[in-house]
Design a protein around this ligand. Structure first.
Ligand SMILES: [Zn+2]
Length: 79
């Protein structure tokens, strides 16, 4: 259930990315890498994207507060 929620969240992020035109050429961004970062106890979903037309790179940052608890739990489990 948690995983489903996270997937839904990431899906909605991809929608934002797909609806954002490249600021250089107006092309579509493609997501390359998705990573979760914790900055000052705030969880962020960082998505590195590249324009499929001109190759312009853009970093999308999404605050992901609900990931915080689960992510830290997950981290605790590996340690
Ligand atoms: Zn472009």
């Amino acid at each position: 259930m948690i995983l489903t929620d996270i997937m839904k969240y990431i899906e909605s992020e991809y929608k934002v990315i797909n609806n954002t035109p490249c600021e250089i050429c107006g092309g579509d961004y493609e997501a390359n890498e998705l990573e979760i970062l914790v900055i000052n106890d705030e969880t962020y979903d960082i998505c590195q994207c590249t324009c499929s037309l001109c190759g312009h790179e853009k970093i999308f940052e999404f605050p992901a507060p609900f990931l915080n608890e689960e992510y830290l739990k997950y981290k605790d489990n590996i340690n």
